[in-house]
Design a protein around this ligand. Structure first.
Ligand code: AMP
Length: 113
């Protein structure tokens, strides 16, 4: 999708340093970190949200989650972490390209507020 921020990051049109890069998935640090580790994991292909991703390519959804788990390991989050995907206005989704936040490195409260 031409006007999508995360599509541009995935293609390299907007330069970004990838922690993990596979044929179908990339992981990069959030520009406004909410925890010592805050990484975003996205499919390179454009899907609006987790419902579209799991409907159209469930295998890719599994790949994205596997990379999220890999990020937690790379970042040394052995004491725990959180993997979150926000959906829609009430869910707080600000970028309409499905992404999973990997958060850790401090105690995370629940519920998040
Ligand atoms: P959400 O609000 O769940 O849609 O998450 C979108 C996330 O993208 C937010 O945490 C933003 O801080 C992050 N973000 C926005 N622009 C960039 C960017 N250029 N590079 C990295 N992260 C970004």
């Amino acid at each position: 999708m031409t006007d999508c921020l995360f599509c541009k990051i995935a293609t390299g049109a907007i330069p970004s340093e990838f922690l993990v890069e596979t044929e179908h998935v990339v992981a990069f640090r959030d520009i406004d970190p909410q925890a010592p580790t805050h990484v975003l994991v996205i499919p390179r292909a454009h899907f609006q949200d987790v419902a579209a991703l799991t409907r159209d390519d469930p295998a890719l959804a599994g790949e994205v989650l596997a990379v999220a788990a890999q990020v937690a390991k790379i970042e040394g989050l052995s004491e725990g972490h959180r993997i979150v995907t926000n959906t829609g206005i009430n869910g707080g989704q600000s970028v309409a390209h499905v992404h999973f936040h990997v958060l850790g490195g401090r105690g995370l409260t629940w519920p998040p507020g």
